[in-house]
Design a protein around this ligand. Structure first.
Ligand code: URA
Length: 221
């Protein structure tokens, strides 16, 4: 039988119940080496959901998404775009940390397509309960999970598109990709494009969703 979280996902409208059930997920092998499931976190009525790839080392230890270096960059980029993270819901396409040892360090490894698929029922359940107005995919893993394997950040970053399964989606860089860019000039450019894309998301919400105006802080363009 293919790996899947489906049998662990309860029928519920409660994010808290979903999160409690996810703590025991053994839908693929990643749970074996992770400290805990890192479930999504944020406002239940958030108009905007941000989806990353997998928790990193800091997130695995703390049990919360986007806390480490990538999380700090995300917080800064959101603030620069006029978005308060407290108004968003933040989650990952894969809910367990995947890592390889390097000395005393645990280095992040990219999840396989099989692991991404196995974890998808959690993401689908979160999206079904939250029904966000707009989803921001951070990086290729989340983007391809929602927009298809052919999606390329390099080509279609910053555009709001519809996904048959998930509604309105905008894809942008993963903050870790910005941090990993080898040249300072590239890091600078990517950071500023990430902020621009988040501003696009904020503007889109303000234009398309009246109520979202209140949820988002004033954004300077
Ligand atoms: N990278 C992610 O994709 N998610 C996190 O939670 C942290 C780092």
């Amino acid at each position: 039988m293919a790996d899947s979280a489906a049998r662990f996902v309860p029928q519920t409208n409660s994010l808290a119940k979903l999160q409690a059930a996810a703590a025991d997920c053994q839908g693929c092998d990643l749970y074996r080496r992770a400290t805990q499931t890192v479930f999504g976190q944020g406002r239940a009525k958030a108009p905007l959901i941000l989806i990353g790839e997998t928790p990193g080392d800091a997130e695995d230890r703390a049990g919360r998404p986007f806390l480490g270096p990538a999380g700090r960059l995300l917080d800064e980029a959101l603030a620069d775009a006029g978005i308060d993270r407290a108004d968003c819901y933040v989650t990952n396409a894969v809910k367990h940390f995947k890592w390889t040892p390097r000395g005393k360090k645990r280095l992040h490894s990219k999840p396989s397509s099989r692991e991404i698929l196995a974890c998808r029922p959690w993401l689908e359940a979160e999206l079904a309960i939250l029904a966000p107005q707009l989803i921001v995919c951070l990086g290729a893993t989340a983007s391809q999970a929602l927009l298809g394997r052919a999606f390329r950040i390099t080509k279609s970053r910053g555009e709001v598109a519809t996904s048959d399964s998930s509604g309105w989606v905008l894809a942008t860089y993963h903050p870790s990709a910005v941090l990993r860019a080898p040249r300072p000039a590239d890091r600078h450019r990517m950071r500023s494009e990430l902020v621009d894309d988040l501003k696009t998301a904020c503007r889109w919400l303000a234009t398309h969703v009246g109520q979202a105006n209140r949820a988002m802080k004033n954004q300077s363009t």
